[in-house]
Design a protein around this ligand. Structure first.
Ligand SMILES: Cc1cc2nc3c(=O)[nH]c(=O)nc-3n(C[C@H](O)[C@H](O)[C@H](O)COP(=O)(O)OP(=O)(O)OC[C@H]3O[C@@H](n4cnc5c(N)ncnc54)[C@H](O)[C@@H]3O)c2cc1C
Length: 242
């Protein structure tokens, strides 16, 4: 429920209180002008967060928003979230204002996307909102001696985040009017030998709903099995808080 009356939001927080995680902002780093990496420190001794873990914050009196953990260090009690500050809603505004020392509470749950530990090849497609997810997937792939590859639709000023996080995948320019079109052209330019290797990968599609549905359709047309494709729409044009 992304938006509820204040009295209901208060009640939900009170009822869920025993299950809510408490943490404090211990670091904030701008990876670009609109990508803010926030480190939370808390007591996570009883947690075993896995890649793809989703967290939900109350971002104002009436709104809740979902985000994805970008990393987790149980021993140090640290986790990170990479927020895209698109400036269009209360979630983005709340993340913009988060400062070191601020206390937060959040609910954690397993997301729709799960890393395929049996697969050796992992292909990422998404946008700014999915960089955090793919950062943890990249770390997991390297730890498992798996290979990863992929393409993101980004506003070019945010591509620097891929270098900073050492996520070795490509990007194309995001196009609001033509979701997934530039990424599909990028796929079409792929050398056939390269496609031979990657066509049996696990494909993870996260971010804009329209881009995901078009890219998924394209993959199916290319002969990728539906069972190889894992999707999670993180936002949809004109919709608030998925
Ligand atoms: C499971 C899940 C995990 C997510 N993980 C992350 C994450 O790790 N990092 C992250 O930054 N976001 C993440 N998101 C996306 C984030 O929750 C949305 O962007 C959300 O809309 C932000 O809330 P808001 O209040 O700022 O905007 P809203 O009030 O929800 O939306 C206001 C307007 O902004 C538009 N909008 C929303 N997102 C975008 C966007 N990316 N680009 C352009 N316009 C947009 C909406 O279409 C709407 O018109 C995740 C979402 C889900 C469902």
């Amino acid at each position: 429920m992304p938006q509820v009356p204040k009295w209901l939001a208060d009640t939900m927080i009170a009822v869920a209180s025993p299950w809510l995680r408490q943490a404090v902002v211990s670091d904030t780093t701008m990876l670009s002008d609109e990508l803010k990496l926030i480190t939370f420190k808390g007591d996570f001794d009883d947690e075993d967060f896995l890649p793809g873990k989703i967290v939900q914050f109350r971002v104002d009196d009436t709104s809740f928003r979902h985000y994805t953990l970008s990393s987790f260090n149980k021993q140090q009690g640290l986790c990170t979230v990479l927020f895209y500050l698109h400036g269009k809603g209360p979630g983005s505004q709340w993340a913009t204002n988060l400062q070191i020392g601020q206390e937060v509470r959040f609910r954690a749950g397993q997301g729709k996307l799960k890393y395929n530990e049996q697969g050796k090849h992992h292909f990422f497609f998404g946008d700014e909102t999915a960089i955090g997810l793919f950062n943890w997937y990249k770390t997991t792939a390297l730890a498992c001696s798996h290979e990863y590859f992929g393409v993101l639709e980004l506003h070019p000023q945010h591509a620097v985040a891929l270098n900073t996080l050492k996520i070795m995948i490509d990007y194309v320019h995001a196009s609001p009017e033509a979701p997934a079109v530039n990424a599909i052209s990028w796929m079409e330019d792929m050398h056939p030998d390269c496609w031979n290797t990657w066509q049996r990968a696990t494909f993870y599609l996260a971010g804009r709903a329209l881009s995901i549905s078009r890219f998924r359709k394209y993959l199916l047309q290319k002969g990728v099995e539906a069972s190889q494709i894992r999707t999670d729409a993180y936002w949809a044009d004109g919709k608030r808080g998925l």
